[in-house]
Structures are given as C-alpha cells and as structure tokens.
Design a protein around this ligand. Sequence first.
Ligand code: GUN
Length: 293
Amino acid sequence: MQLIDGNAISAEIKEELKVKVQERKKHGLKIPHLAAVIVGNDGASLTYVNSKVKTCRELGFDSTLIQLPDSITQEELLRQIENLNHNQDVDGYIIQLPLPHHIDEKEVLLKVDPAKDVDGFHPESIGKMALGMDTFLSATPAGIMELLKRKNIDTVGKKCVVLGRSHIVGMPISLLMQRNSQPGNATVTTLHSRSEDVEKICAEADILIVAIGKPGFLKSHMVKEGAVVIDVGITRVMDDTKKSGFSIKGDVDFDDVSPKCSWITPVPGGVGPMTIISLLINTLKAATNKDEK
Ligand code: GUN
C-alpha cells in the first residue's frame, strides 16, 4: 500500500504558486485576489474559510473575508454578490456552503459572475466542465484529479466507482473521470442512496472515490485487492482525547481497507489540503484571464 500524501503534494504546489505570484509582481501584473463570503457562525465553515484566507496570504495572494450575519435577507446577500461582481479588484470569490435555510442557494449561485466563479458551482461552469471546455473546475474534484496526476495513477479504461452524487463532489468527479483527458477516460459508475448492490459494485472497482459523509462506511470486503481508494469524507466526530473535542473522520475505514489498496488517501491529509490549492489555482487563472483582455 502506498499513501497519497495530500499534505506533501499541496506543499509542492504551494511553492509553484508562490513563484507564479512573485513572477506576476515582478512583471507589474495584478496580484490575484480571492474573496470569501460566509453567512452565519457555523464552526466548521468558519474554520474552512479562515484556512482559505490564511493560505492566500501565505502565498502572496490578496484576500478578503466577508462575514455576514445569519439574519441576512436573500435580497441583501444578492446585493453583496452584485458588489463582488462589479469590484474590479476581486478576481474570484466563493460563497461558503451550506447557506442558512431561508436563503435559496440556487438563486445565489446563479448570481455569481461565471468569470469570477472560482468554486466552479455556477451552471455555466458545470456545463462547460461536462462538455470538456475550458472553465473553473470545482475545487475538491479538481484536487482529486491533481492527486491522481501527480502520482501517475493510470485511470484509462479502469472501472471507477464514485460513491455519492453531491453537486460539490460526486457529480463533478464522475464527469471528470469519464472525460477524454488524462487523468480520465475511466468507465464510471456513480452510486447513491437509492443504488442497489452497492457492496458488489464497489468490490469490482479499480478506483473508488468515496464522498458520502458517512464515517468509516467503506470496509475491506467492498474493496478489490490492488484498488485505488480516494476518501473525500471529512466528518467531525466527538473525541475527548483532542484539545478541540473532535477529530476528523473519513468515509473509509482506513485500518481495515488500506492493506488491500495499491494507493489510498488518508484523512486528514489526503484530499482536504488539495481543495484550497485548487481554489488558489482557479483564482490565479481568473487573474490571468483578465491579463489577456
Ligand atoms: N462547503 C463545502 N465544500 C465547499 C467548497 O468547496 N466551497 C464552498 N464554497 N463551500 C463548501
């Protein structure tokens, strides 16, 4: 079994990005600027957003955190998005999900200018991704593709089973894995809460990508000898031994499954660190797209 070390790979890419931003500064080009919008005080969401902003600063990007109260109305949030669309200094921005229940998430995502949609959640971005056109790929799926690429993991013609069909991970990674690209060209099956024969289908997979938010769901009897396993789960579970009071658990029972794998991502330190990297790659792309205009 070999570990796919997301921390090591993301550190490598961070150095590459730092150099690219310095090069832009040297040539008098605009410093890429990412803005992050967060509504409310959810602890996990705040942690993720703060770590996005922190990484931006580490790498020389400009960043802005816009924190809005839980009580914000749909109209006011849409006005804030309109402002970001018109703000010439902001190259790309994200709206941290989930949003409070009284906000219509679809309407909010539709309002994002596709040229600034560094999360890749706008229907235009997803449509272009599905058609293999140049666009912003959503962060977690793009991070998974980068891990496979950097480890030279062969995906061509392989049976890839994706567990989960979320708009953020399962659906886009299913599309990317079957695209005519490298990595890609896999034979993809997407399993979800209504699927039958889940265990049998998983056990036939060469590549398993698990994104269902159920800690320890994937067990060794569901995994073929030599399979590649990508764990996208990041569920917080209570843990008295930790100072924070919780630990992060993946969707894969790592101790049970890892002896059978050729490659596997750990949690934490696998897919997670790559998500922020993809966001920064997209933000740099958004700034670069503007240079050409
Ligand atoms: N919530 C969980 N994952 C993500 C993500 O990748 N982007 C945003 N904006 N919100 C999320």
